[in-house]
Design a protein around this ligand. Sequence first.
Ligand code: PLP
Length: 410
Amino acid sequence: MSDTAVTAALARRVDRIKPSPSTAAAQRVRELKAQGHRILDLTVGEPDFDTPDHVKAAAIEAIGRGETKYTPVNGTPRLRAAIADKLTRRHGLTYAPDRITVGGGAKQIIFLALMATLDAGDEVIVPAPYWVSYPDMVLANDGTPVVVPCPEADGFKLTPDRLESAITDATRWLILNAPNNPTGAAYTPDELRALADVLLAHPHVLVLTDEIYDEIWYGDEGPGELPTTLAAVEPRLTERVFLTNGVSKTYAMTGWRIGYGAGPADLVGAVNKLQSQISSCPSSISQAAATAALTGDQGFIDDCVAVYRARRDETVKMLTDIPGLTCTPPSGGFYVLVNCAGLLGRHTPAGERIATDEEFAAHLLESQQVAVIHGTAYGAPGYFRISFATSSAVLTEACERLSAACAALT
Ligand code: PLP
């Protein structure tokens, strides 16, 4: 069959979306490494720690017990009970197990929630900077992303005024991701309260909260205080909130592919119905591992956060010392969004003009072999994202090269 015939056979929804820029960046790094280049990779979207041993052991034990068959479509009762306990422990929220569903990563759960609710013309409010996948997931499910820029001056956070102006009769969802990828910003209880007041006045709007970085938090706003969530701040919104999370980032389990959603029974039921036709259930073995992660010793999280915090502090300091770059220190997650707007319009030693953040990132890769992801991918033109889920040695060398690349621009 010719390429033309294949292209003609594709559905329009495939043309509407693009491959994930972070996956594309990772692929480019792999290609360059395969060609023998030594690349300092700051694109990584996953912890550089290994999955804890007791979690691996639980998976091996599950295999030994013969837990190698289909599970209930919405996940095993043990895992759903462990998730319910976590939501109570973490937020004081009570979810009956039938209001929780488990899928192949938070990504799949978010996609299914949108698939379950969007019809053509439905709008989804996506505050920017945003996780790269939201707009494309909305488009793939026939919806219209309504991107609301949230400037650095507002801490990259959605304000009540901006939310109010973005809501129309066609609004179906607001997506709220905190701590945020790529900015690391999270909302104080008062800020959530103010957003909740707007949402209470618009009962047709659902809220998808993405809390995948909820435990990776540096407590700058007060020792030990983890960020809260909308449903905990305003219980009257509970029936309109779909809370999503997973084990990928907290427990270094990205490859195990377990995420979950908790929310209104009808929405959870619709997600289950779709899942029953898409994958039948998530992996039985990974579910056993995720149960062990959620119910076992939580010391792993503190150990990881201590390492991330040290790297964050070092990285922010090194970036701040580079003329032309600025950044707001992230409060959570393992990324820094760096402002490079002051360098755009300058020229490389070869005389090429660097007009956009995408060209800046490409120049950094070609000239200094440092891989970052350009901000426009996150709805943040004039920025680029650095991941500090990598060693201090790599971060230090990468910042030295970044400094050299910036200094060479005239
Ligand atoms: N949400 C955000 C904000 C993320 O950054 C990611 C992963 O990069 C995910 C969701 C997906 O997580 P999972 O591995 O559970 O699919």
